[in-house]
Design a binder for this molecule. Sequence first.
Ligand SMILES: *Cc1c(COP(=O)(O)O)cnc(C)c1O
Length: 566
Amino acid sequence: MADLPDFLASATIAFVSMEIAVEPEMKCYSGGLGVLAGDFARAAADLGLPMVFVTLASRDGYVRQSIDSQGNQRGESDPWDPADWTTPLEPIVDLSIEGRAVAVRGWFRQIEGAGGASVAVLLLDTDLPQNRPEDRALTGRLYGGDARYRLRQEAVLGIATPRLLARLGVAVRRWHLNEGHAALLPLELVHGGASVEAVRQATVFTTHTPVAAGRDRFDWALTQAVLDPDHLGTLQQVMPEADELDMTKLALRLSCYANAVSKRHRDTARALYPGARIRSVTNGVHAGRWTAPAMAALFDASVPGWRVDSSRLAGIAQLDPAHICKAHASARATLIAEVAARTGIALDPERPILCYARRMTGYKRPTLPIESPDRLRAIAGRYPLTLLFAGKAHPDDPEGQAAIARIGAFAKTCSSDLTIAFIADYGLDLAATLVAGADIWLNLPVPPLEASGTSGMKAALNGGLNVSTPDGWWLEGGREGVNGWTVGRPDSDPREHGGLLLQLLDDQVLPCWYGDGPRWQRMMRDAVASIGAAFGADRAMRDYARDAYRLGEDRPGIGRQAAIGP
Ligand SMILES: *Cc1c(COP(=O)(O)O)cnc(C)c1O
């Protein structure tokens, strides 16, 4: 293509992910994994890394959430049109799925970095007239459908990505698989004629799942039905012992660098995959994206350069905390107005706003704060408080759905001292408002099930204080009583966390809010300085660039060879 922009034509690192959150209106994301990928794309653009980011178009989105009068989630599809946000690319590539040729086209969007460099995001789309209706729907619903639908989607992601980039003339030297969903990609490279060793040298794999049950696996009969015989043969050659398609094991087998997303998760992953050399790159968030305007203006004035190098935020520790507090007050007012607009509930601005917002699912324990209603009400009698909830449950997750209903039912019983609200349709927009305006950010997973977590980093950037169980990134970032508080100790029984959380709120957090304003303000400032400086997406991308993307003695342009084949 003559008019392929230079930053795309010259990309040498491809980051491949089932979801990427680019803009709120581009519904090709569901949550943490996609938001992380979107933050990485922005950081890569800021740093001028020669990267291209590839995902599925997901034309039907993930879930559009509304809450019915009974407090239950109604999750519908959330359609969007790539034509409104991206530019179509000319070449069409084919792959074989269930014996049929499926045509795939790419859509392109530019992300411009703070320093003027750009990266490309490509969306793969099978909604083409030459495809049969069921194949047209493959890049429809994100994480929708059954195992067969999922495997066919992952075939599109893994097999069409290198074919499309090769057709575009993009000579990729590093393939970064963001989670196992893209593990068919290196298989496709082997199938295209590269040696297993050359493919391994070119492939980087990040695992995000700390439990065996959570990983992507497909039984052999399904795998045989979906993949074409050539890929199946290559799979058997690469994994001769396999009696199923385990995407994590395949990705580990065909990569030379594998990492977990926090130090704690690295230890968990090593135990899950003995023999695999697994390192850690702790996740980070894009500071410029997640800092509210008033706070960003303060950073611009006091620590210039923070947008590209978030370690500069360490300098915030020198500021008078009142500045942070003032900037946070503006984001807090925005949050209070947003809650009023969305729910009709008028929050009392004098009370601390505690926020729990993330995917609603069992291990994250959204209902932990309301487990002992009487005790919570008694605490609120002493220290009036506001508790906000937001988050979507996967349509096939009854536990997550039940949590939403329980929070809704509890909210109806709240007293004058205790305001509880569930705000529907958590996504990029609502997340930005919540992380910026919250006083306390709750993170309550059962350790070690939260590989990293990132929303608490966003809150800290805005002066929010974390209250977290000892898991994921918080084990690296948390400083007790300095930038937040930890529920229990690393060896506490998770079944005691509910009681420990309320005790912590009652003994330390709320007395500090109501009785020691100067200390609270210092903690807000120190949260920005310590967490903001250490958990930037730029830091994570520098880690990847230095360790994972470093070129060794591999042959260049391995992606081109993938185009040779049937
Ligand atoms: C940051 C973010 C997440 C991830 O939150 P966790 O704390 O990692 O669970 C999920 N969804 C949205 C919309 C986000 O912005």
